[in-house]
Design a protein around this ligand. Structure first.
Ligand code: GRF
Length: 190
């Protein structure tokens, strides 16, 4: 049984989708939800599914990174999934989960990645620049954050009538469709 922790700062719709997908799975278990935001939607989702959850703020992690490492140890976490997690991951954790930490990015990396490029910022930038396509990137996390090995990308058109909110919906649809399967395949491959 491989145990997974999902880290998220927001609504948690990808977490919900992953939880549903792996519900009956006998080799993969979503065992822990971690958030830096005490009222994030992802925590209600954890509660609803009776999955343990922990809030660790930016300050708490900065003061004591060992608390985070210890948390992973206590819950025997094998893989970490970042699903809309907005804090920088400490290098110690990245090193410990080399090839075992997966992020989803709502654009086609290497474009629209890096500093400031998260959440709606990405979609606003794509609309402002009149891009004709966007998509999702599912990638491993290394110390250069958005530059880890890309496991999977899917493209969607950006039509002239799209605004950032509509694009975000289209991107979410792609995420729901592909993220769980890509995670499952990667876990199964190593
Ligand atoms: C997703 O679009 C993800 O790609 C991005 O943040 C969003 C999180 O949405 N990094 P949710 O919390 O899973 O609903």
């Amino acid at each position: 049984m491989k145990k997974i922790a999902i880290f998220g700062s927001g609504k948690g719709s990808n977490a919900e989708n992953l939880i549903q997908y792996f519900k009956e799975n006998t080799s993969v278990k979503i065992s822990l939800i971690v958030s830096n935001i005490s009222n994030a939607g992802i925590l209600s989702i954890a509660k609803h599914h009776q999955i343990p959850s922990v809030v660790l703020t930016r300050k708490q992690i900065a003061n004591d990174v060992n608390a985070l490492l210890e948390l992973m140890k206590v819950h025997e976490i094998d893989f970490i999934i970042l699903a809309g997690y907005l804090l920088l991951i400490p290098a110690e954790l990245i090193d410990q989960y080399e090839n075992k930490m997966i992020n989803i990015h709502p654009a086609l990396l290497p474009n629209y990645g890096g500093k400031g490029m998260y959440g709606m910022n990405v979609h606003h930038a794509i609309i402002n620049n009149k891009e004709t396509q966007s998509g999702i990137s599912i990638h491993l996390v290394n110390r250069e954050y958005d530059k880890g090995k890309i496991l999977f990308q899917a493209v969607c058109p950006v039509l002239p009538n799209y605004d950032a909110a509509l694009l975000a919906n289209k991107i979410h649809d792609l995420e729901y469709k592909y993220f769980p399967k890509v995670v499952e395949d990667w876990i199964g491959s190593i």
